[in-house]
Design a protein around this ligand. Structure first.
Ligand SMILES: [Zn+2]
Length: 462
Protein backbone atom coordinates (compact mmCIF):
# COMPACT_ATOMS: atom_id res chain seq x y z
CA UNK A 1 0.00 0.00 0.00
CA UNK A 2 1.30 3.46 -0.84
CA UNK A 3 2.17 5.71 2.12
CA UNK A 4 0.18 8.88 2.78
CA UNK A 5 3.20 11.01 1.95
CA UNK A 6 6.74 10.27 0.83
CA UNK A 7 9.28 13.08 1.19
CA UNK A 8 12.25 12.31 -1.04
CA UNK A 9 15.59 13.71 -2.24
CA UNK A 10 16.26 16.16 0.61
CA UNK A 11 18.95 16.30 3.27
CA UNK A 12 17.47 14.72 6.41
CA UNK A 13 18.65 15.70 9.90
CA UNK A 14 16.82 13.43 12.33
CA UNK A 15 17.97 14.65 15.79
CA UNK A 16 17.56 11.04 16.96
CA UNK A 17 19.71 9.62 19.78
CA UNK A 18 22.65 9.01 17.41
CA UNK A 19 22.11 12.39 15.68
CA UNK A 20 21.72 10.54 12.36
CA UNK A 21 21.86 12.65 9.19
CA UNK A 22 21.40 11.69 5.54
CA UNK A 23 22.99 13.97 2.91
CA UNK A 24 20.23 12.74 0.60
CA UNK A 25 17.42 10.83 2.23
CA UNK A 26 13.71 10.21 2.55
CA UNK A 27 10.92 10.22 5.13
CA UNK A 28 7.82 8.02 4.78
CA UNK A 29 4.60 9.08 6.53
CA UNK A 30 1.62 6.86 7.31
CA UNK A 31 -1.39 7.65 9.48
CA UNK A 32 0.19 10.85 10.73
CA UNK A 33 3.33 9.12 11.94
CA UNK A 34 6.81 8.49 10.59
CA UNK A 35 6.88 5.03 9.02
CA UNK A 36 10.47 5.13 7.72
CA UNK A 37 13.49 7.44 7.59
CA UNK A 38 16.51 6.51 5.55
CA UNK A 39 19.42 7.33 3.26
CA UNK A 40 19.11 7.73 -0.48
CA UNK A 41 15.89 7.64 -2.50
CA UNK A 42 12.92 5.75 -1.08
CA UNK A 43 12.29 2.35 -2.74
CA UNK A 44 10.47 2.66 -6.08
CA UNK A 45 7.89 0.17 -4.83
CA UNK A 46 6.51 2.83 -2.48
CA UNK A 47 5.15 4.72 -5.46
CA UNK A 48 4.68 8.48 -5.96
CA UNK A 49 6.83 10.85 -3.94
CA UNK A 50 7.33 14.55 -3.34
CA UNK A 51 10.71 15.55 -4.77
CA UNK A 52 12.38 17.87 -2.25
CA UNK A 53 15.87 18.19 -3.71
CA UNK A 54 17.41 21.47 -2.55
CA UNK A 55 15.63 21.17 0.80
CA UNK A 56 16.53 20.26 4.38
CA UNK A 57 14.14 18.15 6.45
CA UNK A 58 14.26 18.61 10.23
CA UNK A 59 11.88 17.87 13.09
CA UNK A 60 9.34 20.69 13.51
CA UNK A 61 10.54 23.28 16.02
CA UNK A 62 9.15 23.31 19.56
CA UNK A 63 8.42 26.62 21.28
CA UNK A 64 8.67 26.39 25.07
CA UNK A 65 7.65 29.88 26.20
CA UNK A 66 5.17 32.41 24.81
CA UNK A 67 2.39 34.83 25.76
CA UNK A 68 0.22 34.76 22.66
CA UNK A 69 -2.16 37.52 23.78
CA UNK A 70 0.75 39.97 23.49
CA UNK A 71 0.67 39.72 19.69
CA UNK A 72 -1.78 42.66 19.70
CA UNK A 73 0.39 44.78 22.05
CA UNK A 74 3.61 44.76 20.05
CA UNK A 75 5.77 47.83 19.69
CA UNK A 76 4.95 49.45 23.04
CA UNK A 77 7.57 50.56 25.58
CA UNK A 78 10.19 49.66 23.00
CA UNK A 79 13.03 51.41 24.79
CA UNK A 80 12.32 50.31 28.35
CA UNK A 81 13.54 47.63 30.78
CA UNK A 82 11.38 44.82 32.19
CA UNK A 83 9.83 46.75 35.06
CA UNK A 84 9.04 49.92 33.11
CA UNK A 85 7.78 47.77 30.25
CA UNK A 86 5.51 45.75 32.55
CA UNK A 87 4.17 48.86 34.23
CA UNK A 88 3.28 50.37 30.84
CA UNK A 89 1.68 47.20 29.52
CA UNK A 90 -0.22 45.74 32.50
CA UNK A 91 -3.02 48.35 32.35
CA UNK A 92 -3.54 47.52 28.66
CA UNK A 93 -3.32 43.76 29.17
CA UNK A 94 -5.86 44.11 31.97
CA UNK A 95 -8.49 44.94 29.30
CA UNK A 96 -8.12 41.80 27.18
CA UNK A 97 -11.04 39.47 26.55
CA UNK A 98 -11.69 36.23 24.70
CA UNK A 99 -12.16 38.01 21.33
CA UNK A 100 -8.86 39.86 21.58
CA UNK A 101 -7.00 36.77 22.80
CA UNK A 102 -8.50 34.62 20.04
CA UNK A 103 -7.34 37.01 17.31
CA UNK A 104 -3.92 37.49 18.91
CA UNK A 105 -3.38 33.75 19.45
CA UNK A 106 -4.39 32.82 15.93
CA UNK A 107 -2.05 35.41 14.45
CA UNK A 108 0.78 34.45 16.81
CA UNK A 109 0.44 30.72 16.21
CA UNK A 110 0.16 31.20 12.46
CA UNK A 111 3.37 33.21 12.51
CA UNK A 112 5.10 30.54 14.60
CA UNK A 113 4.07 28.00 11.95
CA UNK A 114 5.57 30.24 9.25
CA UNK A 115 8.87 30.10 11.18
CA UNK A 116 9.03 26.29 11.45
CA UNK A 117 7.19 25.64 14.69
CA UNK A 118 4.93 22.58 14.96
CA UNK A 119 4.35 22.56 18.74
CA UNK A 120 3.98 25.55 21.01
CA UNK A 121 3.22 26.16 24.61
CA UNK A 122 1.54 29.34 25.86
CA UNK A 123 1.82 30.93 29.29
CA UNK A 124 -1.43 32.78 29.81
CA UNK A 125 -1.80 34.47 33.18
CA UNK A 126 -4.08 37.50 32.61
CA UNK A 127 -7.71 36.60 33.35
CA UNK A 128 -9.80 39.77 33.74
CA UNK A 129 -13.02 39.03 35.63
CA UNK A 130 -15.17 40.12 32.66
CA UNK A 131 -12.88 38.72 29.94
CA UNK A 132 -14.81 35.53 29.08
CA UNK A 133 -13.14 32.22 28.21
CA UNK A 134 -9.70 33.42 27.14
CA UNK A 135 -8.08 29.99 27.51
CA UNK A 136 -10.82 28.46 25.35
CA UNK A 137 -10.21 31.19 22.74
CA UNK A 138 -6.55 30.31 22.33
CA UNK A 139 -7.29 26.60 22.26
CA UNK A 140 -9.71 27.21 19.39
CA UNK A 141 -7.03 29.33 17.65
CA UNK A 142 -4.50 26.48 17.82
CA UNK A 143 -7.08 24.04 16.46
CA UNK A 144 -7.74 26.33 13.50
CA UNK A 145 -4.06 26.89 12.70
CA UNK A 146 -3.33 23.18 13.21
CA UNK A 147 -0.42 23.33 15.66
CA UNK A 148 0.15 20.94 18.55
CA UNK A 149 -0.47 23.00 21.65
CA UNK A 150 0.30 23.05 25.36
CA UNK A 151 -1.31 26.15 26.83
CA UNK A 152 -0.75 26.67 30.53
CA UNK A 153 -3.42 28.02 32.89
CA UNK A 154 -1.44 30.84 34.45
CA UNK A 155 -2.38 33.05 37.35
CA UNK A 156 -1.56 36.03 39.56
CA UNK A 157 -2.76 36.48 43.16
CA UNK A 158 -0.26 39.07 44.45
CA UNK A 159 -1.45 42.53 43.40
CA UNK A 160 -0.04 45.98 44.09
CA UNK A 161 -1.82 46.36 47.42
CA UNK A 162 0.03 43.28 48.70
CA UNK A 163 3.46 44.33 47.43
CA UNK A 164 3.24 42.56 44.05
CA UNK A 165 3.68 43.99 40.58
CA UNK A 166 0.37 43.58 38.69
CA UNK A 167 -2.58 45.97 39.09
CA UNK A 168 -5.11 44.67 41.63
CA UNK A 169 -7.93 44.30 39.08
CA UNK A 170 -6.14 41.57 37.10
CA UNK A 171 -5.28 39.35 40.07
CA UNK A 172 -7.58 36.51 41.14
CA UNK A 173 -7.99 34.84 44.51
CA UNK A 174 -6.35 31.51 45.15
CA UNK A 175 -9.58 29.46 45.27
CA UNK A 176 -10.75 30.86 41.92
CA UNK A 177 -7.35 30.10 40.38
CA UNK A 178 -7.18 26.53 41.63
CA UNK A 179 -10.76 25.77 40.61
CA UNK A 180 -10.20 27.23 37.12
CA UNK A 181 -6.91 25.33 36.79
CA UNK A 182 -8.53 22.01 37.70
CA UNK A 183 -11.42 22.75 35.32
CA UNK A 184 -9.01 23.57 32.46
CA UNK A 185 -7.20 20.25 32.89
CA UNK A 186 -10.45 18.28 33.19
CA UNK A 187 -11.96 19.95 30.12
CA UNK A 188 -8.99 19.99 27.75
CA UNK A 189 -5.96 17.90 28.77
CA UNK A 190 -5.35 14.93 26.49
CA UNK A 191 -2.40 12.81 27.70
CA UNK A 192 -2.76 10.26 24.86
CA UNK A 193 -0.11 9.48 22.22
CA UNK A 194 -1.98 11.33 19.43
CA UNK A 195 -2.71 14.34 21.63
CA UNK A 196 -2.85 17.75 19.96
CA UNK A 197 -3.62 19.50 23.26
CA UNK A 198 -2.16 19.24 26.73
CA UNK A 199 -2.56 21.65 29.62
CA UNK A 200 0.03 22.85 32.14
CA UNK A 201 -0.28 25.02 35.26
CA UNK A 202 1.74 28.23 35.40
CA UNK A 203 1.52 30.82 38.19
CA UNK A 204 3.18 33.89 36.66
CA UNK A 205 6.33 34.66 38.69
CA UNK A 206 7.51 35.17 42.30
CA UNK A 207 6.69 38.91 41.91
CA UNK A 208 3.06 38.30 41.10
CA UNK A 209 1.96 35.20 43.02
CA UNK A 210 1.96 34.11 46.65
CA UNK A 211 3.98 31.20 48.00
CA UNK A 212 0.73 29.53 48.98
CA UNK A 213 -0.49 29.59 45.36
CA UNK A 214 2.81 28.13 44.16
CA UNK A 215 2.59 25.32 46.73
CA UNK A 216 -1.02 24.49 45.97
CA UNK A 217 -0.58 24.73 42.18
CA UNK A 218 2.29 22.22 42.38
CA UNK A 219 0.16 19.83 44.42
CA UNK A 220 -2.74 20.18 41.97
CA UNK A 221 -0.51 19.65 38.92
CA UNK A 222 0.94 16.46 40.42
CA UNK A 223 -2.50 15.23 41.36
CA UNK A 224 -3.69 15.78 37.77
CA UNK A 225 -0.47 14.54 36.11
CA UNK A 226 0.27 17.80 34.25
CA UNK A 227 3.40 19.93 34.04
CA UNK A 228 4.39 23.11 35.88
CA UNK A 229 5.82 26.28 34.38
CA UNK A 230 6.71 29.77 35.59
CA UNK A 231 9.13 32.66 35.05
CA UNK A 232 12.31 32.59 37.14
CA UNK A 233 15.53 34.61 37.43
CA UNK A 234 14.71 36.98 34.58
CA UNK A 235 16.09 40.00 36.46
CA UNK A 236 18.49 40.71 39.30
CA UNK A 237 15.60 42.56 41.01
CA UNK A 238 13.94 39.19 41.51
CA UNK A 239 17.00 37.85 43.32
CA UNK A 240 16.81 40.85 45.65
CA UNK A 241 13.03 40.48 46.08
CA UNK A 242 13.37 36.79 47.06
CA UNK A 243 16.28 37.42 49.43
CA UNK A 244 14.52 40.33 51.16
CA UNK A 245 11.10 38.73 51.41
CA UNK A 246 11.97 35.06 51.87
CA UNK A 247 15.67 35.00 52.85
CA UNK A 248 16.36 32.68 49.92
CA UNK A 249 17.62 32.76 46.33
CA UNK A 250 14.87 32.31 43.70
CA UNK A 251 15.82 28.64 43.18
CA UNK A 252 15.93 27.95 46.94
CA UNK A 253 12.57 29.65 47.29
CA UNK A 254 11.01 27.57 44.51
CA UNK A 255 12.49 24.38 45.90
CA UNK A 256 10.99 25.12 49.31
CA UNK A 257 7.55 25.20 47.63
CA UNK A 258 7.94 21.91 45.72
CA UNK A 259 8.81 23.60 42.45
CA UNK A 260 11.92 21.73 41.33
CA UNK A 261 11.59 18.45 39.46
CA UNK A 262 11.49 16.77 36.05
CA UNK A 263 7.88 17.97 35.57
CA UNK A 264 8.84 21.66 35.94
CA UNK A 265 10.28 24.03 33.34
CA UNK A 266 11.27 27.62 34.07
CA UNK A 267 11.32 30.51 31.60
CA UNK A 268 14.48 32.61 31.21
CA UNK A 269 16.79 31.58 34.09
CA UNK A 270 19.23 34.36 33.22
CA UNK A 271 20.70 34.93 36.65
CA UNK A 272 21.28 31.42 38.01
CA UNK A 273 24.54 30.97 39.94
CA UNK A 274 26.55 27.72 39.97
CA UNK A 275 24.67 26.33 42.99
CA UNK A 276 21.32 26.99 41.33
CA UNK A 277 22.42 25.30 38.10
CA UNK A 278 23.63 22.27 40.06
CA UNK A 279 20.29 21.99 41.86
CA UNK A 280 18.33 22.28 38.61
CA UNK A 281 20.45 19.52 37.10
CA UNK A 282 20.07 17.26 40.14
CA UNK A 283 16.29 17.63 40.07
CA UNK A 284 15.87 17.48 36.27
CA UNK A 285 14.19 20.91 36.19
CA UNK A 286 14.16 22.40 32.68
CA UNK A 287 14.84 25.91 31.39
CA UNK A 288 13.21 27.72 28.45
CA UNK A 289 15.93 29.93 26.98
CA UNK A 290 14.51 33.07 25.31
CA UNK A 291 17.55 34.85 23.86
CA UNK A 292 15.76 37.45 21.71
CA UNK A 293 13.35 38.61 24.39
CA UNK A 294 16.12 38.73 26.99
CA UNK A 295 18.18 40.91 24.66
CA UNK A 296 15.20 43.08 23.62
CA UNK A 297 14.55 43.91 27.30
CA UNK A 298 18.27 44.14 28.10
CA UNK A 299 17.77 41.53 30.81
CA UNK A 300 21.00 39.64 30.04
CA UNK A 301 22.18 36.40 28.43
CA UNK A 302 21.18 33.15 30.10
CA UNK A 303 23.94 30.64 30.86
CA UNK A 304 22.49 28.17 28.37
CA UNK A 305 25.86 26.53 27.74
CA UNK A 306 26.55 26.00 31.46
CA UNK A 307 23.00 24.71 31.95
CA UNK A 308 23.46 22.15 29.16
CA UNK A 309 26.91 21.16 30.39
CA UNK A 310 25.48 20.53 33.86
CA UNK A 311 22.76 18.34 32.39
CA UNK A 312 19.81 20.71 32.73
CA UNK A 313 17.19 20.17 29.99
CA UNK A 314 17.13 23.35 27.85
CA UNK A 315 14.70 24.40 25.11
CA UNK A 316 14.02 27.64 23.25
CA UNK A 317 11.18 30.13 23.48
CA UNK A 318 10.22 33.24 21.57
CA UNK A 319 8.57 34.68 24.73
CA UNK A 320 5.65 37.07 24.36
CA UNK A 321 5.34 39.22 21.27
CA UNK A 322 5.45 42.42 23.31
CA UNK A 323 9.10 41.69 24.14
CA UNK A 324 9.96 40.00 20.83
CA UNK A 325 8.09 41.59 17.96
CA UNK A 326 9.63 39.08 15.50
CA UNK A 327 8.38 35.96 17.33
CA UNK A 328 10.34 33.82 14.87
CA UNK A 329 11.31 30.48 16.35
CA UNK A 330 13.99 29.78 13.74
CA UNK A 331 15.57 33.11 14.70
CA UNK A 332 15.88 31.89 18.31
CA UNK A 333 18.23 29.12 17.15
CA UNK A 334 20.53 31.68 15.59
CA UNK A 335 20.38 34.03 18.55
CA UNK A 336 20.98 31.17 21.01
CA UNK A 337 24.13 30.30 19.09
CA UNK A 338 25.36 33.88 18.61
CA UNK A 339 24.79 34.91 22.21
CA UNK A 340 26.37 31.71 23.55
CA UNK A 341 29.49 32.37 21.48
CA UNK A 342 29.53 36.09 22.28
CA UNK A 343 29.53 35.10 25.91
CA UNK A 344 31.58 31.88 25.92
CA UNK A 345 33.79 31.88 22.82
CA UNK A 346 33.65 30.14 19.43
CA UNK A 347 33.25 26.61 20.79
CA UNK A 348 30.47 27.44 23.25
CA UNK A 349 27.61 26.10 21.13
CA UNK A 350 27.75 24.15 17.85
CA UNK A 351 25.21 24.75 15.07
CA UNK A 352 23.77 21.27 15.64
CA UNK A 353 23.45 22.00 19.37
CA UNK A 354 21.34 25.05 18.49
CA UNK A 355 19.08 22.82 16.38
CA UNK A 356 18.88 20.36 19.26
CA UNK A 357 17.68 23.12 21.63
CA UNK A 358 14.93 24.04 19.17
CA UNK A 359 13.72 20.47 18.55
CA UNK A 360 14.28 17.50 20.87
CA UNK A 361 15.47 19.82 23.67
CA UNK A 362 12.16 21.69 23.63
CA UNK A 363 10.17 18.46 23.37
CA UNK A 364 11.88 17.22 26.54
CA UNK A 365 10.90 20.37 28.46
CA UNK A 366 7.28 19.75 27.57
CA UNK A 367 7.53 16.06 28.49
CA UNK A 368 6.53 15.23 24.92
CA UNK A 369 9.83 13.78 23.61
CA UNK A 370 8.33 10.28 23.31
CA UNK A 371 6.15 11.60 20.46
CA UNK A 372 7.83 14.67 18.94
CA UNK A 373 11.18 16.47 18.63
CA UNK A 374 13.03 14.02 16.35
CA UNK A 375 12.45 12.13 13.11
CA UNK A 376 12.20 8.50 14.21
CA UNK A 377 9.97 5.62 13.17
CA UNK A 378 6.77 5.66 15.20
CA UNK A 379 6.94 9.32 16.18
CA UNK A 380 4.45 11.96 15.09
CA UNK A 381 5.08 13.34 11.59
CA UNK A 382 5.78 16.87 12.88
CA UNK A 383 8.21 17.97 10.20
CA UNK A 384 9.75 21.16 8.78
CA UNK A 385 11.06 21.21 5.22
CA UNK A 386 13.30 24.21 4.58
CA UNK A 387 14.13 25.37 1.03
CA UNK A 388 17.86 26.02 0.82
CA UNK A 389 18.44 26.33 -2.92
CA UNK A 390 17.59 30.02 -3.23
CA UNK A 391 19.80 33.11 -3.23
CA UNK A 392 20.15 33.29 0.55
CA UNK A 393 21.39 29.75 1.13
CA UNK A 394 22.31 27.83 -2.04
CA UNK A 395 26.08 28.00 -1.63
CA UNK A 396 26.30 27.56 2.13
CA UNK A 397 28.09 24.21 2.27
CA UNK A 398 26.49 22.66 5.35
CA UNK A 399 22.66 22.70 5.28
CA UNK A 400 22.44 22.84 9.09
CA UNK A 401 24.78 25.84 9.11
CA UNK A 402 22.60 27.38 6.37
CA UNK A 403 19.55 26.92 8.58
CA UNK A 404 21.08 28.18 11.84
CA UNK A 405 23.55 30.81 10.64
CA UNK A 406 21.84 31.98 7.46
CA UNK A 407 18.73 34.12 7.12
CA UNK A 408 15.46 32.35 7.96
CA UNK A 409 14.85 30.17 4.88
CA UNK A 410 11.51 29.75 3.11
CA UNK A 411 9.46 26.83 4.42
CA UNK A 412 8.66 24.44 1.60
CA UNK A 413 6.41 22.38 3.86
CA UNK A 414 5.36 22.19 7.50
CA UNK A 415 3.52 19.09 8.69
CA UNK A 416 1.83 18.49 12.04
CA UNK A 417 0.83 14.86 12.50
CA UNK A 418 1.33 14.49 8.75
CA UNK A 419 -1.14 17.29 7.93
CA UNK A 420 0.18 20.31 6.01
CA UNK A 421 0.04 23.67 7.80
CA UNK A 422 2.44 25.53 5.48
CA UNK A 423 3.10 24.82 1.79
CA UNK A 424 5.46 26.83 -0.45
CA UNK A 425 5.94 29.33 2.41
CA UNK A 426 2.20 30.00 2.70
CA UNK A 427 -0.26 28.98 5.41
CA UNK A 428 -2.80 26.51 4.09
CA UNK A 429 -4.99 26.06 7.19
CA UNK A 430 -5.92 29.71 7.72
CA UNK A 431 -6.06 32.87 5.62
CA UNK A 432 -3.08 35.04 6.49
CA UNK A 433 -4.70 38.21 5.21
CA UNK A 434 -7.79 37.60 7.30
CA UNK A 435 -5.67 36.94 10.42
CA UNK A 436 -3.77 40.16 9.84
CA UNK A 437 -6.97 42.21 9.62
CA UNK A 438 -8.41 40.56 12.71
CA UNK A 439 -5.22 41.16 14.71
CA UNK A 440 -5.13 44.82 13.69
CA UNK A 441 -8.79 45.23 14.62
CA UNK A 442 -8.24 43.51 17.99
CA UNK A 443 -5.26 45.76 18.67
CA UNK A 444 -7.43 48.81 17.92
CA UNK A 445 -10.27 47.62 20.16
CA UNK A 446 -7.92 46.84 23.02
CA UNK A 447 -6.08 50.14 22.90
CA UNK A 448 -9.33 52.07 22.60
CA UNK A 449 -10.60 50.26 25.70
CA UNK A 450 -7.40 51.15 27.55
CA UNK A 451 -7.54 54.63 25.99
CA UNK A 452 -6.54 56.76 28.93
CA UNK A 453 -3.41 54.67 29.40
CA UNK A 454 -2.18 54.85 25.82
CA UNK A 455 -3.08 58.53 25.58
CA UNK A 456 -0.68 59.06 28.43
CA UNK A 457 2.00 57.09 26.59
CA UNK A 458 1.61 59.10 23.43
CA UNK A 459 1.94 62.30 25.43
CA UNK A 460 5.11 60.95 27.02
CA UNK A 461 6.57 60.15 23.61
CA UNK A 462 5.71 63.45 21.96
ZN1 LIG B 1 7.48 35.31 29.58
Amino acid sequence: MAPDLLLDGATVVTMDGGRTEHAVGHVVIENGRIAAVGAGPAPESLGPRTDLSGCLITPGLVNTHHHLYQWVTRGLAVDDGLFGWLTTLYPIWGRIDADVVGAAAEAGLAWLARTGCTTSTDHHYVFPADGGDVLGAEIEAARRVGLRFMPTRGSMDLGRKDGGLPPDHVVEDIDTILAASAAAVDAHHDPGPDSMLRIGLAPCSPFSVTGELLRQAAALARDKGVRLHTHLAETTDEEQFCRERFGRTPVEYMESLGWLGPDVWLAHGIHFDDDAIKRLAETGTGVAHCPTSNARLGAGIARAVDLRAAGVPVGLGVDGAASNEACSLIEELRHALLFARARGGPLALAVRDALELGTIGGARLLGWDDQIGSLEVGKQADIAVWRLDGLGHADIVDPVAALVLGAAPPLELLLVGGDPVVESDRLVTVDEQDLTHRAVAAHGRLLARAGSVTGQQERNHS
